[in-house]
Design a protein around this ligand. Structure first.
Ligand code: S3P
Length: 429
């Protein structure tokens, strides 16, 4: 339980470097495991989700040691994975499960992937169906949820897949399986999802086929990478500074990949005072330092469906921001939020209503009428991003906001409370 108290708003001042990008960290570990030779990774996120991937990679044969601020990972090569001793536990992480399923489907051994109660409710048909087209053999629980019982099939065939959903997890799963398949594997999606896999594969020596494809039998070789700070974690501080009068924050080394930067566009459209300095690249990934200053009450915005993939994980905190803005914010095309770590549309709607916000819920979105935020007790429902969003909104509330269901904040941002407190946020645990 966290008490995000705000009797008198405390300006958020100073600077911080948010922790490493979660999506990029998962990929860096998995690709390093599959590579021949040594990889050196700086800035890897140390969180429960990423640790689930690291543990799975260790069970598959990778060795890892910390050395002078970086992780040194010894890969086993694509064909060198060892059968795990028992089921691999992916904890709360959909990315870990879906990406590793692509690798394990192609191995000459059987395996099982499982997770916590939340992950074991999440849909896996979206990967099982296309992997089956490639010749994979995967059993799910009734309803298409985990655990995944994978009978390894080293003779997969490549496919050209038109995905019905924009999902980087589906895309990355298939590209990983495609590394082992006969011929080429390509993926098209209705809207562009995050492209970290496509950017990272060439760094490990794998040429892409077109924008989003691989040729079976491509070899990965160890490399050195620096992981940018996670824009999805930075988002909580961008919104906090936009909400609390007098705030002025500098967020360093933040990932600005164009498939992830929707929050910057939304904040600008709402009238925030946000500037980006020192744009540069960490390998293929764009990064920069973001300065954000309080600029008065922001204006509501319409978030159209085609924007959703570029800010999918930031939507809970954007909804929190909308709750304090002037006018009604309309979000549509975001049905995917209902199958994340929680049903995020419902969890955010219930919490915001408790704090006195008027809203209307749709199957694929919300209308949120901005107004004053009262105090109250809300439930983060064990979803890290919803819990942190309520803590941020509590910084601007008229009375204390108490947030329960915060235990999973550690899945993506173990230092969240310490970082928020370090810039003047009011949080008691
Ligand atoms: C992720 C992709 C997104 C995102 C998730 C991380 C990834 O999910 O919501 O937090 O690392 O590939 P989908 O691919 O299901 O949209």
């Amino acid at each position: 339980m966290i008490l995000a108290s705000q009797a008198a708003p405390n300006a958020l001042l100073g600077e911080l470097t948010p922790p490493g990008d979660k999506s990029i960290s998962h990929r860096a570990l998995i690709f390093s495991c599959l590579a021949q030779g040594t990889s050196r990774i700086r800035g890897l996120l140390d969180s429960e989700d990423v640790n689930a991937t690291a543990n799975a990679c260790r069970q598959l044969g990778m060795t890892a040691r910390a050395e002078g601020g970086e992780w040194v990972l010894e890969g086993v090569g694509e064909r060198g994975l060892q059968p795990p001793d028992g089921p691999l536990d992916m904890g709360n992480s959909g990315t870990a499960m879906r990406l590793l399923a692509g690798v394990l489907a192609a191995q000459p051994f059987d395996s099982e992937l499982t997770g916590d109660a939340s992950l074991n409710r999440r849909p896996m048909k979206r990967i099982v169906a296309p992997l089956s087209l490639m010749g994979a053999c995967i059993e799910t629980a009734a309803g298409g949820t985990p655990p995944l019982r994978i009978s390894g099939r080293p003779d997969l065939r490549g496919i050209d897949y038109e995905s019905p959903i924009a999902s980087a997890q589906v895309k990355s799963c298939l590209l990983l399986a495609g590394l082992y398949a006969r011929g080429r594997t390509t993926v098209q999606e209705p809207l562009r999802s995050r492209n970290h896999t496509e950017l990272m594969l060439p760094a490990f020596g794998v040429p892409l086929v077109g924008n989003c494809g691989v040729t079976g039998g491509s070899r990965l070789s160890g490399t050195s990478l620096q992981v940018p700070a996670d824009s999805s974690s930075a988002a909580f501080f961008m919104v906090a500074a936009a909400l609390v009068p007098g705030s002025d924050l500098l967020l360093r080394d933040v990932g600005l990949n164009e498939t992830r930067d929707g929050i910057v566009h939304v904040l600008n459209a709402m009238g925030a005072d946000l500037t980006i300095r020192d744009r540069r690249r960490f390998g293929g990934e764009a990064v920069g330092d973001i300065r954000i200053r309080y600029a008065g009450r922001l204006k509501a915005v319409d978030i159209a469906p085609d924007r959703v993939p570029s800010l999918i994980d930031e939507l809970p905190v954007i909804l929190a921001l909308a709750a304090a803005a002037e006018g009604t914010t309309r979000l549509r095309g975001a049905a995917e939020l209902r199958v994340k770590e929680s049903d995020r549309l419902s969890v955010m709607a219930r919490g915001l209503e408790t704090l006195g916000v008027s809203l209307r819920e749709y199957p694929d979105g919300l209308d949120v009428a901005g107004g004053p935020i009262s105090g109250g007790r809300v439930d983060g429902a064990g979803d890290h991003r919803c819990a942190m969003s309520f803590c941020v909104l509590g910084q601007a509330a008229a009375a204390a906001v108490t947030v329960s269901g915060c235990e999973n904040i550690d899945t993506s941002y173990p230092g969240f409370v310490a970082d928020l407190t370090s810039v003047g946020g009011v949080v008691k645990t």
